[in-house]
Design a protein around this ligand. Structure first.
Ligand code: E4P
Length: 228
């Protein structure tokens, strides 16, 4: 499972990569707009924080395949080879995907709501497809089931495309994606923290500390080794 953080907030990205095994950052125009700052400056700063070994998914905003193609080229000049251009699935998007795939770009087809959109994107050359789990749940569809069927389709047709499940509101949704074989999830920083939070774990850690301090006070293992 690849965990990706779904934010453009600099402090939250710094925190996420320091404390979690994060494979990259995803953004979209909504996420970018929340930062109210210069777009180019922002993506350069994110890139300098995550480095070129983590993926950086940036959504294109052009409405024609030609504009998308040129946006992708310009972004790759800035970001480099860890850039994944996010393209919303549509006719123009698929045309751009095929053209960019031929040129060796990494592509994440996004705003996926159906299994056939995902299959079509994979056939066009997308590296990832991003189905929107919570938005599907919100229309009384079943986001986890859609992801599971996409995973199964890619397996059946031996396609190299991976499923990057997106749009989560709960840690439970994320867990269910891992149970149906989703290859990657992109989650906001709050959900990332919820994925490891459990009150019993907190109690256990507090008990360990209290028991240790009851006998050894504030001395740490390192203090004791130094005293040898
Ligand atoms: C991924 O980058 C998607 O754009 C994002 O997860 C969508 O999430 P939302 O449905 O919470 O807006």
């Amino acid at each position: 499972m690849l965990y990706i953080v779904d934010t453009a907030n600099i402090e939250k990205i710094r925190h996420a990569i320091e404390y979690f095994p994060i494979a990259g950052v995803t953004t979209n125009p909504t996420i970018i707009s929340k930062e109210h700052t210069d777009f180019i400056k922002l993506i350069k700063e994110i890139e300098s924080i995550i480095g070129n070994n983590r993926m950086f998914h940036i959504q294109l905003t052009g409405s024609t395949s030609d504009t998308m193609f040129r946006e992708a080229q310009a972004l790759r000049d800035i970001i480099g080879d860890n850039l994944y251009v996010k393209i919303p699935v549509s006719e123009e998007g698929l045309k751009a995907t095929m053209a960019l795939h031929r040129e060796g770009f990494h592509i994440t087809e996004t705003a996926i709501f159906t299994q056939q959109q995902a299959l079509m994107a994979a056939m066009a050359g997308a590296d990832f497809v991003a189905p929107y789990v919570n938005r599907l749940d919100n229309i009384i569809s079943d986001g986890v089931n859609v992801v599971g069927e996409i995973v199964e389709l890619f397996r059946q047709y031996s396609l190299p495309t991976k499923v990057l499940a997106a749009s989560f509101k709960t840690a439970e949704q994320v867990h269910k994606i891992s149970m149906v074989g989703g290859h990657a999830v992109t989650v906001n920083p709050d959900i990332l923290e919820n994925l490891i939070y459990h009150p019993l774990t907190m109690y256990a850690i507090d008990d360990f500390t209290a028991d240790w301090e009851g006998v050894y006070g504030k001395k740490t293992i390192l203090d004791m080794i130094k005293e040898q």
